[in-house]
Design a protein around this ligand. Sequence first.
Ligand code: SF4
Length: 395
Amino acid sequence: MKLQFKSAPRPEDMASQDWTDWSWQLRRSLKTAEEFQEAFELTEAEREALQKGRDLFRFRTTPYYQSLLTPDPEDPLRRILVPHRDELTPGAQALLDPLGERRNNPAPRIIHRYPDRALFLVTDFCSVYCRYCTRKHFTGQEQAFPKEDDYQQALAYLRSKPGLREVILSGGDPLTLADTQLDRVLGDLRRIEHIEIIRIGSRMPVVCPMRMTDPLVKILKKHKPVFLMTHFNHPREVTSEAAEALERCVDNGVPVFNQMVLLNGVNNHPAVVQALSRRLLFLRVKPYYMFQCDPSEGTDHLRTSVEESMQIQRELWGTLSGLAMPQLSLDIPDGGGKASLVPEFEVSRGEGVRVYEGWDGVRAEYRNPAAEQRRLPRDWESYQAEWDFTKQAKN
Ligand code: SF4
């Protein structure tokens, strides 16, 4: 069956040249309770959240993303976008900073947790505020691009750590910045000799695919290698506009990976995950991570249990090709780093032998080779200094 991608339903009163202009999409975003009330037929629970939840987390949407929602209060995309009364109740954990980022913040806008990579939060602004956001302690506070002094301090920190190989531009959404600002940031990073890889995490290809213009893609290409990490959560987000945006990146040599979050009532079914993964892979986007939702404030109604997530992953295992299979992963709260969750296939073990049962019930032994066969690669010492340097890069 050939995959088809539907166009977003552009309202008749909106001119095509406006609709396809990303800055118009940002300017015309809904951002007040009154605008949401006018645009959607709200339930009592949604109305209450819009009135009382302002201090908890902002709300905003582009007209494009708004057009993908249906009037059904249980519409999966609506659960991502429209605040709900459930956000106001204290959750089982309700962490303000679930990833413990404030403790790994050595310079303004820099989060340095792992030895060889660091996050650079280049803006706190997003064109859509997702109700499950992990970084509510930072996002949407109207700080936008860093002040010059903070920006220079952030760059100085990145320069001072020669073991840093990768910088991840995050936020907020880095692709809400103007082309000139992005070009400047990417150029400044490229001038740092030891930085090899730049990643950009963005939901713009999902909520405002018209952002992926030819000039922007040209900038990403100019500063290669730049990896784009998108954030599609549901197959309905993969419209023909999104497909075109993704293909423009890949055609121009920008590798694209997708990080989804498993969300209650949104995508917590293997049929939905496979539909999303299949569509993305067809567009040459690698489904990379399937995250357990972080326990940030007001997200309990959107989180799945670990057991449910693992069950979904187990059903996908073996049925979905390895290329389409995202890796289920949980961020250990308080900055414990990522923990990969994989189905348990081992059923028993003995001296030099382990017994496994595969996804469809085939059971077999795996025997280790005799210990005397073991040898290290002859040239391993040529790489040891590089490896030692990587391990202590944060110091
Ligand atoms: S786009 Fe990302 S940073 Fe912005 S609200 Fe959504 S999840 Fe949070």
